[in-house]
Write a protein that binds this ligand. Structure first.
Ligand SMILES: Nc1ncnc2c1ncn2[C@@H]1O[C@H](COP(=O)(O)OP(=O)(O)O)[C@@H](O)[C@H]1O
Ligand SMILES: [Mg+2]
Length: 364
């Protein structure tokens, strides 16, 4: 949930929820209240905060340890209660994140354990995962960790497997980025952060604009298409593959226009031939520029299968873009070097943990 767009948009639900919380506060003998208070107590008795992991305007994510089972860790996402125009409540995205993740039960998707109220806050408890992919993508962060072309393949295979499952369930993630992909100590790669995700809309319902962290935003979102679909997540996954290969963000910029220029420099400017619908989109305009650099040239040192998959994932026209399921069958994954298995990816995570501990111990 890098983006805060999906604030409260379902007032009915919000009011209902607030009413419930208020009623429980007022009526001390209320059974629901007792249950909730019991859970708050349970939380304070059960968890010890170990480390701050991340956060945003909604609240924070902490690593916590079970008090009665030392060594058993979880990630707790804490959502602040907000007060706005005398209204109180929690961002619906917290509830959405929980309900969507409850639907999904797959090895390559982060597991949600529980949801409960704290004092003026709401917690979602997740399994704890030791490493975040954003620490392994860029050169300076990757530092001494050796990540081979086979490792990149192994990581992408797991990401696309998770993504295919998400899409199979009719869900759009809408914020696929290295900071939302986590890896555990057993080498299992998992898609996380469903704060912006949603079930696919009915065909006549326009969708929220401005989703997806800017570097990973698909051209149809940049052009402000009213309707977009699963292809936006495949674009983001393509950007992640490009980033793992080049060890730097593929399309970097500080606003939509800069990102569009970066995309069109590499892939060419959309036109009537390669993407006929584009010209009708709200923010479509003709960008001036020379011939495209092309993926073939930019990624010349990588094998042909790799370039081909990248081209298919980063196809401008969303209707022609490869799907997650099709991508899994691409020859990139069956040609040498074969994708690294979990045992090998677990070694990378162990190395990451070791280097991190070393850095922490040497902090002044
Ligand atoms: N289950 C988890 N295990 C370990 N770290 C996590 C977990 N969930 C989140 N994090 C860390 O917290 C950061 C923020 O969490 P995320 O769910 O992406 O929320 P947001 O991006 O909305 O702040 C992640 O980038 C990651 O570093
Ligand atoms: Mg995130």
């Amino acid at each position: 949930m890098e983006n805060n767009e999906s604030k409260i948009n379902d007032e009915n639900n919000e009011n209902k929820e607030n009413k419930e919380i208020k009623e429980n506060k007022e009526n001390k003998d209320n059974k629901g209240n007792k249950e909730k208070q019991g859970k708050v107590k349970l939380f304070n008795q059960r968890f010890e905060k170990v480390e701050f992991l991340g956060g945003g305007s909604y609240g924070s994510v902490y690593k916590v340890e079970l008090k009665d089972k030392p060594g058993e860790y979880y990630a707790l996402k804490k959502f602040k209660e907000y007060k706005n125009n005398n209204r109180e409540g929690f961002n619906v995205s917290a509830i959405r994140e929980f309900t969507i993740l409850k639907e999904l039960n797959h090895e390559n998707i982060e597991k949600v354990i529980d949801i409960f109220y704290g004092i003026n806050c709401l917690y979602i408890q997740f399994e704890y995962l030791e490493c975040v992919l954003s620490k392994l993508t860029q050169k300076e962060k990757r530092a001494q960790i050796n990540i081979t072309p086979a490792d990149i393949k192994g990581i992408m295979l797991q990401i696309l497997t998770g993504l295919a499952e998400i899409h199979d369930n009719g869900i759009l993630h809408r914020d696929l980025a290295p900071s939302n992909i986590l890896i555990n100590k057993n080498g299992v790669v998992k898609i996380a952060d469903f704060g912006l995700s949603r079930f696919i809309a009915s065909p006549d319902k326009p969708m929220t604009r401005g989703v997806v962290t800017i570097f990973y935003r698909a051209p149809e979102i940049l052009f402000e298409a009213k309707f977009y679909s699963f292809a936006i997540d495949v674009w983001s996954a393509g950007c992640i593959l490009g980033e793992l290969l080049l060890q730097k963000v593929l399309f970097k910029g500080s606003n939509d226009i800069e990102i569009m220029k970066e995309i069109f420099t590499l892939l060419g400017i959309p036109n009537e031939n390669n993407w006929p619908d584009a010209v009708q989109l709200k923010r479509y305009k003709v960008f001036k520029g020379g011939p495209a650099v092309t993926i073939q040239k930019q990624f010349a040192k990588f094998p042909q299968e790799c370039r081909d998959l990248l081209e298919k994932m980063l196809t401008l026209n969303p209707n022609k873009r490869i799907t997650a399921k099709e991508a899994l069958k691409h020859p990139y994954f069956t040609t040498e070097p074969l994708p690294s298995n979990k045992e090998r990816i677990a070694e990378i995570v162990r190395e990451y943990i070791r280097l991190r501990q070393y850095a922490n111990n040497n902090k002044v």
